[in-house]
Design a protein around this ligand. Structure first.
Ligand code: 5GP
Length: 204
């Protein structure tokens, strides 16, 4: 069976990544990697579904035994991608979505050069701040920290294969899905197909 594909979705906090990723999983059956984090659960978040919520000691021991493909510190907390799930899904030929920040994305691209990297953004900073406020899960101080972090993240937008502006939700979901599908038809991803049709033709 052909190996699966890694799709990395990053974007400013508040750009709508969570909603878009959830819809992609529900509608198109992609696999979602659930990250480990030391951040406290937000209201309604479920351990093992939204994140694996860990203490700092637990997280660092995961790092020690190489249980994470990548990890980083983001606004005072650790976040990382568990290795086992991703490797199993890829070898089963699945498309796996990682919803991770920019440093993790760059790290993934080094280890998996075929990964598709998408960056989601709002059309401007005012919209971003308004969405973070509307979410109502963070204090003003944390919101401003996230805006500052967005400024740093914007420096790494050039590393991405695709930049998608989330202006209208449905359109954005369609765009991201189309990008994932289109990528699978890239010539470099069709090597096995090319070989097999060449073999068939040589038998004619
Ligand atoms: P939040 O606290 O809002 O859930 O996530 C904060 C940031 O951490 C988001 O940009 C999210 O994409 C990122 N993030 C979540 N899980 C991981 C992970 O496993 N690795 C990395 N590098 N970033 C992650």
């Amino acid at each position: 069976m052909s190996k699966g594909k890694l799709v990395v979705i990053s974007g400013f906090s508040g750009a709508g990544k969570g909603t878009i990723v959830k819809q992609l999983i529900e509608r198109y059956g992609y696999s979602l990697s659930v990250s480990a984090t030391t951040r406290a659960p937000r209201e309604g978040e479920v351990d093992g579904k939204d994140y694996y919520f860990k203490t700092t000691d637990e997280f660092l021991s995961l790092v020690d035994y190489n249980g994470l493909i990548e990890w980083t510190k983001y606004v005072d907390n650790y976040y990382g991608t568990p290795r086992k799930f991703v490797e199993e899904e890829l070898s089963a030929g699945k498309t796996v979505i990682l919803e991770i920040e920019v440093k993790g994305a760059a790290n993934i691209k080094e280890q998996y050069p075929d990964a598709v990297l998408l960056f989601l953004t709002t059309k401007d900073v005012d919209t971003l701040r308004a969405r973070l406020r509307k979410r109502g899960t963070e204090t003003d101080e944390v919101i401003e920290k996230r805006i500052k972090r967005a400024a740093e993240e914007s420096e790494l937008m050039d590393n991405y294969d695709y930049i998608v502006v989330n202006d209208e939700l449905e359109e954005c979901i369609d765009t991201v899905h189309s990008i994932i599908i289109s990528d699978s038809y890239k010539t470099e991803n069709m090597a096995e197909f090319i070989k097999s049709i060449q073999t068939d033709l040589s038998d004619e």
